[in-house]
Design a protein around this ligand. Sequence first.
Ligand code: NI
Length: 167
Amino acid sequence: MKILIYPDEILAAKAQPVTELNDRLLKLVEDMFETMYKAKGIGLAANQVGVLQQVVIMDLGQRGEDAKPDPIVLINPVITASEGEICDVEGCLSVPDYSEKVKRAQRIQVMAYDQRGKEIRMEAEGLLARCIQHELDHLNGICFVERLSPLKRAFFRKKWSKMSDKG
Ligand code: NI
């Protein structure tokens, strides 16, 4: 699948809840994993591949020498609680070659379903919590660069327009 690059109107649109568990959903999840692993990402939201459904995949376990896959699928995810605040570096497959610090909640609780309809309840902190918040933003049509402080956002716009010009 092709990963959409910021700014794209589908990246700015809200994803709809998944209402049916079927082979199409399983295929979507499978294709998204293939796309994410190929791009060496740790998270991908369906918006990023042009599908406006509330589907997020992640794998924080596949990096390094002794790579061990740890796939996570979140369908219709909702953050049910959050606490703390922490600022750390983020990047996004839809904003290649750019990373910047973003403020996020430190710890979150999430409710979702997996691709077979099994309910998932998880608590997350650190990189996992950051990744979940980043991907859920995508489902709401928000890219992480829109979470930057006004000054950093202005710098981003300038840099991004130059990079886009180069094609
Ligand atoms: Ni992203």
